[in-house]
Design a protein around this ligand. Structure first.
Ligand SMILES: OC[C@H]1O[C@H](O[C@H]2O[C@H](CO)[C@@H](O)[C@H](O)[C@H]2O)[C@H](O)[C@@H](O)[C@@H]1O
Length: 634
């Protein structure tokens, strides 16, 4: 927690004071919340303010710094009646005791930013090149540092103290997020922001040092969970762009510490389907019995509508937090009945019972990368490079045993409670093809028959999806389902397609992604001086959305518990990466219903600029694409 007048090392003392305050002022016993704070994580004050619904978005309150020291804030809360305070008194109390959310952050001077970075030379189309240059300029709106001076002495903010500069996603996401940062720095590194990237990685490493893991985001209310563990892969990206072996050596002990945390806290032993033995894999799992503070009423209402049993309600809180840890909050991947009515879909949430494909694919990459880093750092490490290679190999074998569906060549999640694989198709089913690498995927398993089958549904679904590849085929109303198109998932699919020699498919994914991002920006007032006029009737100046809609080109995504956000870190990062990789042969963007409408663009026959495999196996002739499954609103 960011506390005026306290260094990071003194926070434990402050936390203890807050716990003392909690026991004085709260009638609730201390629960298993994200942290002990009686303001930001659990207790009567949080419950009363959030349930009063003072703000449309629950995250607003927990992002507000205090205007008084916490003991004073808690005393003022007690004075208005505590848990029994009226809504009007609560509104006045919040106004008098809390400041503006985000006020403890300030912009950073980006002297390092290259206004004409080399990736622009890889973009042939003039409009896309100019768009790339515009997006390159957006980093200044997203890179931030903390400003302690705005807080009064002894006042607190829910921000975790960070020493360096960091990138935020944008909109309501005012703090750095764990897995977002991987996709964001793919762009930052190409914009010349190498020192800034190293700073951001150092902040994440410091979180591992202090907390033992990287929290979901840099807020105290995220301290009960992490996110897809991609820190080692961030250091790998940085190393590939800089050759900075000294930084690899600096980071290695903390990367090893983070890996050990995941092994100790997220491993699960599971019996193979044919009962021939036990394998170890990893799952997301959060130990809490409280609503997520930033989505308090969503979780509270869900749990209380679903059941009156307190133990079952606690289970729902834990599964919701676990869903947030996965980064896919929320998706039919995590529920018992994906066809359940929309308003009851999450009654069946069971995230802790799912062994997810992509988490294991990520950890496989992490283990191989750690092996390489031990060699690069040239240190006597325990575990050794060989140990990490063996872990990766064992994980790969376990993934084939538990996830691999031989007829389709796809990898599906495994349900611990049902002892069977999921059938839900999502980009996660292809993630191992990126992680395993070209040699591995072609040499092993089925003599390469994967090539004939695995990418065929991707190709068919993409053919029917103008705006990009959806998260799943279930139209559930949740944001990590149909028809949401998420930039990180387009990136993974492009990488998987490139890795396995499906260059044409990768290029189609690239064309659709770039078109979606560009047209959504253009439709919301984006313009390029001397080249592209702002559309009439637009008042804004172009939004970079966090997600898009697979059914239409240039439409932002929706669904889930908050309104779609703009900014946006991973969109900008993946856009710049895609332009760099595919920009030489991307067709001009065609945005329906605008002067750049259909007819201007030609069908993409793009090839990657670099880094793809050499041969493209023919795709099988397509049958009808899998149907879109609809969950009904009842
Ligand atoms: O406030 C609701 C949830 O919001 C976050 O999740 C979404 O935004 C993140 C930042 O871009 C992204 O990492 C995540 O994949 C999105 O689903 C947050 O991470 C959740 O913990 C939070 O409950």
């Amino acid at each position: 927690m960011l506390i005026k007048g306290y260094g990071v090392r003194r926070l434990a003392v402050v936390a203890t004071n807050l716990v003392t305050a909690a026991t004085v002022f709260s009638t609730l016993a201390l629960a298993k919340g994200a942290c002990d704070s009686p303001i930001y994580c659990q207790g009567d004050l949080l419950h009363a303010v959030q349930m009063a619904k003072l703000f449309p978005d629950d995250k607003t309150f927990v992002d507000k710094p205090t205007l008084k020291p916490p003991t004073q804030v808690l005393a003022n809360f007690a004075q208005i009646g505590g848990a029994n305070a009226s809504r009007d008194d609560l509104a006045k109390f919040v106004g008098e005791n809390f400041g503006q959310e985000g006020s403890e952050l300030k912009p950073v001077d980006l002297t390092e930013l290259d206004a004409n970075p080399p990736f622009l030379n890889n973009v042939s189309n003039p409009i896309l090149r100019a768009f790339g240059q515009t997006v390159n300029g957006y980093w200044s709106t997203l890179i931030r540092e903390q400003d302690y001076s705005v807080l009064c002495d002894g006042c607190v903010s829910s921000m975790l103290s960070l020493k360096y500069h960091f990138v935020v996603p944008g909109g309501r996401f005012r703090e750095t997020y764990y897995w977002d940062t991987y996709f964001t720095i793919e762009g930052m590194l190409r914009s010349g922001l190498k020192d800034m990237t190293r700073s951001n990685i150092r902040d994440l490493l410091a979180l591992v040092d202090f907390h033992g893991f990287v929290p979901n985001g840099a807020r105290v209310y995220y301290l009960d969970r992490s996110q897809p563990p991609m820190l080692t892969l961030m250091v790998k990206l940085y190393y590939e762009h800089t050759g900075d072996a000294a930084f690899v050596a600096e980071a290695l002990p903390l990367l090893q510490k983070e890996h050990a945390y995941w092994q100790a806290n997220h491993s699960v032993n599971v019996t193979k389907p044919d009962d021939s033995g036990i394998v170890q894999l990893s799952r997301y799992i959060v130990d809490t019995d409280q609503p997520r503070p930033e989505s308090y009423t969503t979780d509270y209402d869900l749990a209380h509508n679903a059941t009156t049993d307190p133990a079952a309600q606690a289970g729902i809180y834990a599964d919701m937090a676990t869903g947030a840890e996965s980064g896919w909050d929320y998706s039919t991947r995590w529920v018992k009945n994906p066809s359940a009515p929309i308003d009851r879909l999450l009654y069946g949430i069971r995230t802790r019972q799912v062994i997810p494909v992509e988490l294991n694919a990520i950890l496989y990459q992490v283990e191989n990368t750690l092996a390489d880093f031990v060699t690069i750092a040239n240190c006597s490490s325990s575990p050794t490079a060989t140990d990490y290679k063996e872990l990766a190999q064992a994980r790969r074998n376990a993934m084939y045993a538990m996830f691999y569906d031989q007829p389709s060549g796809l990898f599906f999640d495994y349900f611990l409670d049902e002892r069977q694989r999921s059938t839900i198709l999502s980009p996660a089913a292809l993630w191992p093809y990126w992680s395993f690498g070209p040699e591995e995927t072609s040499a092993s398993h089925d003599g390469g028959s994967w090539a004939k089958t695995a990418f065929s549904p991707v190709s068919r679904i993409l053919g029917k999806s103008p705006g990009g590849f959806p998260a799943t085929l279930y139209n559930s109303g949740q944001q990590w389902d149909y028809p949401s198109v998420w930039p990180p998932l387009q990136y993974v699919l492009m990488q998987a397609a490139l890795t396995t020699g499906h260059a044409d498919l990768a290029a189609q994914l690239a064309q659709k992604f770039v078109e979606s991002v560009f047209c959504a920006w253009y439709n919301t007032g984006g313009s390029i001086p001397g080249m592209l006029e702002k559309l009439p009737n637009t008042t804004d100046s172009g939004h970079m959305f966090e997600k898009f809609d697979s059914t239409q080109i240039g439409k932002e995504g929706g669904g889930g518990e908050y309104t779609v956000q703009a900014g946006f870190g991973w969109t900008n990062g993946v856009l710049i990466w895609t332009l760099d990789m595919f920009g030489k042969s991307l067709a001009p963007p065609a945005c329906p219903g605008t002067p750049l409408g259909a007819g201007v663009a030609t069908t993409a026959s793009a090839t990657p600029n670099s880094g793809s495999s050499t041969s493209t196996p023919p795709l099988p002739s397509s049958s009808s694409p899998p149907a879109i499954m609809t969950t009904s609103a009842s």
